[in-house]
Design a protein around this ligand. Structure first.
Ligand code: 73E
Length: 810
């Protein structure tokens, strides 16, 4: 823990204010105060940040095209153990720490679960004393800001860097790296050794911006290095001998500048969807090449033997977006280090490991051969060679042609990135037990049968420090008061809470804390949307990206059903409910946008209908992201995890809700199954088709949405409402949704699961009526959530993948 006292801190704060802004504290804006505070904290950690490089330890590098960090100030103060000193010192200077915490911009450099997972992993690696660093892209614009206008999603560019850069970053021009695009590659035979001559390429500079990642209470500080793309500065003169020499004219210079800067301009806003655009491929190679070159440079500086790279370096690729790590590492080992193919290949495989995050075909990356060949000529050659050798190996095994074609890395048109990732790594993991089983038995069956030893499961986890200790400090303090502080570094200890399951005082306290979190959220909703929500109602929450497979539509249709029940029978017995949504749709995803409009129109109608006596409220919170999640999740009673079974690889929101004492309402999909296993059937509500049922329907057909619609009154009623004007202002959108269900036969089984879902919701209603029982369920959920800390996940990655075979790792 950092050692500071109040006087010293106040003094540093004042001095820093003068040196940065030449003014007194009293005249400063919140942004300036924040800047000063972060700068003082950076001074406190700076020495350790530099000193921390351990030569004896293996270094882990986590490559991800997204890091959804969230605000850092509170979490850094917590991890350094200085929140109280800082809060009190600032108070003496008449500054409210919470104002500064909220003034920080929220770096939204990710779409959803995949990017947030990367951020949780950084937190856990630092906290577990693993020397583990992130490599990614410093997007000028992160995920768009969402606004609703007349219920429609409108996207506004995210501008997180407007305050003159990011408060936590340090730019390191002396560590900039050149990445080469396009050009021509010639192989020249020099006395039997092939020399690679890459000419006429476009050199792009990757400028590193480092963000410190602070471990919890352990003095360990890792680095997230994000690259910004720039034109080559003059300092790099000698490196440009072979570079394209055609930007002599003013126009060409401008073109070059545009080409360079465009690469790190904006995050692609698609979640679980593959766009296949050239710029995306540029982004992928850009950060991969910069990162791999950086690693090799550091490694060589230590004068270590390149042939032993995999003993000191582990490279992990977060899905296939960084898969070019494989041919890029090969390129450096072959062309720059002069190793033989077999030597280089052996090192590459043993260095790289790969996580698959989805089985949905629309998210699987495939890059057109011609595009890769033109943009990355040398990388293409290497991928071709990897493929050639791999296909030979498969032919030697006498596999049939179809199987070989399925497994090949390059087919008639495309490079299949998942295949390349599996072939070029020593470990392939899924992100929850069911997901990994589906990979082995269905999607990647051929590869599993070929090399079963590569495959393993690593169920996702979440940073409990952010999602419980920091976001729900009241609950965290209650837990500490009951079972001591040890759970903060060993979340398995949360299990000790179970002895309080019949303790009325403790259960009541849990209920009170939930209530006060709900009041806090209700206040926010009132201020922001002028909607009155009752903290005594059930807060039923679905927050995640908007995607058909996540089935926000199922939730909305159930609300519509309830509404009808209430209109038909005003005495209909139900606990008052507040349905809360938060979700961004990818800008080009029309159906998802229609569903947003539908929910907003439904909310308008229901919230303003006096006939139902405030029994239902529907709130769609704009611009869902990490910061707002920290307010919403601690206030939830019900956690909606209702994806079509088999489609959600894991989910991580489900874990955050559970840890905060919400009751999960779920299909047996992804990590929901493991939540079920932890809490038992009495502390979770399950509904819907099983994985096998969904798989069988998909394979053999057999479900007709139209038949179901015609034969079921409840279903017909809500589906008809999409197109009969019952809900105003959504004619076009209602028709689109209707067609997806009826005309296109309900790909995600919304109607097939709805009866079952309605029953599950009735069960929730009954359970909530008994408050003691409900609070006991909450306690059981909290007590059994320890296994979902990303500390557990990272310990498993370290033990089974990154440090496997290393000394002291039994
Ligand atoms: O189930 C989630 C999973 O919890 C999965 O959909 C998500 O990854 C989470 C973390 O493991 C995910 N995101 C993407 N693929 N899977 C993805 C694909 C392309 C672009 C952006 C994100």
């Amino acid at each position: 823990m950092a050692k500071i006292n109040k006087n010293k801190f106040k003094q540093s704060f004042e001095t820093k204010m003068y040196s940065l802004y030449a003014q007194s504290i009293n005249d400063a804006t919140d942004e300036q105060l924040l800047n000063v505070l972060c700068s003082v904290i950076k001074d406190i950690i700076s020495k350790k940040w530099v000193d921390n490089k351990l030569d004896s330890q293996k270094e882990v590098y986590y490559f991800s095209i997204e890091f959804l960090l969230g605000r850092q100030l509170k979490s850094n103060l917590l991890n350094l153990g200085i929140e109280n000193v800082v809060r009190e010192s600032l108070k003496e200077l008449n500054i409210d720490l919470d104002n500064l915490i909220n003034a920080e911009s929220d770096p939204a450099l990710g779409n959803g679960g995949l990017g947030r997972l990367a951020a949780c992993f950084l937190d856990s690696m630092a906290s577990l004393n693993i020397s583990g660093h992130g490599y990614g892209i410093r997007y000028k614009h992160g995920l768009f800001e969402q606004k609703f206008i007349n219920g429609y999603q409108v996207e506004v560019p995210d501008n997180w860097l407007t305050q003159g850069g990011y408060v936590w970053e340090t730019v390191r021009p002396n560590k900039a790296i050149v990445v080469k695009f396009e050009g021509n590659v010639n192989l020249i035979d020099k006395n039997g050794r092939l020399e690679v001559n890459h000419t006429d390429y476009l050199p792009i500079m990757a400028m590193p911006y480092d963000i410190p990642i602070i471990g919890y209470g352990n003095n360990s500080i890792n680095t997230l290095r994000l690259f910004k793309s720039e034109v080559l500065s003059r300092d790099f003169g000698p490196l440009t001998v072979n570079a394209r020499n055609s930007y002599g004219s003013y126009e060409d210079a401008l073109k070059y500048k545009y080409y360079a800067e465009e690469i790190s301009q904006v995050l692609y806003p698609n979640d679980s969807n593959y766009a296949g655009r050239l710029l995306r491929l540029k982004q992928e190679y850009f950060f991969v090449s910069a990162g791999i070159q950086d690693i090799i440079r550091k490694y060589k500086k230590k004068k270590l033997d390149i042939k032993k790279l995999n003993e000191k370096v582990a490279i992990h690729i977060n899905d296939t977006h960084p898969t070019l790590c494989i041919p890029e590492l090969m390129r450096i080992l072959l062309d720059e280090e002069g190793l033989s193919w077999d030597e280089a290949w052996d090192i590459t495989i043993n260095t790289i490991s790969y996580t698959n995050h989805t089985i949905m075909t629309e998210a699987m990356e495939r890059w057109p051969k011609e595009m890769v060949k033109r943009l990355l000529p040398r990388i293409y050659m290497i991928i071709e060679e990897i493929n050639k050798r791999y296909v030979n190996e498969l032919e030697e095994r006498k596999y049939d042609h179809e199987k070989i074609y399925r497994m090949s890395i390059i087919d008639n048109n495309d490079i299949k990135m998942a295949n390349l990732s599996i072939v070029g790594s020593h470990s392939v993991n899924g992100v929850a037990k069911l997901h990994t089983e589906l990979l082995k038995k269905e999607v990647l069956k051929d590869f599993y049968e070929h090399e079963p030893e590569k495959f393993n499961n690593k169920t996702n986890g979440i940073a409990h420090r952010r999602w419980l200790i920091s976001a729900n400090s009241e609950l965290s303090d209650l837990i500490t008061g009951l079972i001591s502080e040890d759970w903060k570094t060993d979340t398995n200890k949360l299990k000790e809470l179970e002895i309080y399951r019949n303790n009325k005082d403790v259960l009541e306290k849990i209920g009170e804390i939930k209530y006060s979190n709900k009041e806090r959220l209700a206040k926010f909703i009132k201020e922001k949307y002028d909607i009155d929500v009752n903290p005594n109602s059930i807060f039923d929450v679905q927050v995640k990206r908007l995607h058909a497979y996540k089935r926000q539509l199922l939730n909305a249709l159930h609300i519509l059903h309830l509404y009808h029940e209430l209109l038909e029978n005003p005495n209909f017995d139900m606990e008052p409910r507040t349905f809360i949504f938060g979700a961004k749709a990818a800008p080009g995803y029309y159906l998802a946008k229609c569903i947003i409009k539908f929910i907003n129109s439904l909310a308008d109608k229901i919230n303003n209908d006096p006939r139902i006596d405030n029994k239902i409220k529907v709130v769609f919170i704009e611009n869902y992201g990490v910061s707002i999640a920290e307010l919403i999740i601690p206030a939830a009673d019900v956690s909606e995890q209702i994806s079509t079974t088999t489609k959600e690889a894991s989910g991580t929101g489900n874990m955050k809700f559970m840890m905060n004492g919400a009751i999960t309402l779920a299909t047996l999909d992804g990590a929901n199954i493991e939540i079920f296993d932890q809490v038992g059937k009495d502390n979770i509500v399950i509904f819907g088709l099983s994985a096998n049922e969904v798989l069988n329907y998909n394979k053999f057909g057999g479900y007709s949405a139209l038949d179901l619609y015609n034969s079921n009154r409840n279903i017909k009623r809500v589906v008809d409402d999409l197109i009969n004007g019952f809900i105003p202002n959504m004619e076009k959108e209602g028709r689109e949704i209707y067609d997806s269900l009826i005309t296109y036969n309900d790909e995600y089984f919304v109607l097939r699961d709805i009866e079952n879902y309605i029953e599950a919701q009735e069960k929730i209603d009954k359970l909530y009526k008994n408050k003691d029982k409900w609070n006991e369920m909450a306690l059981i959920n909290i007590a059994n959530s320890g296994v979902f800390s990303s500390d557990r996940t990272i310990a498993e990655y370290a033990h089974d993948i990154w440090f496997k075979g290393c000394e002291g790792n039994e």
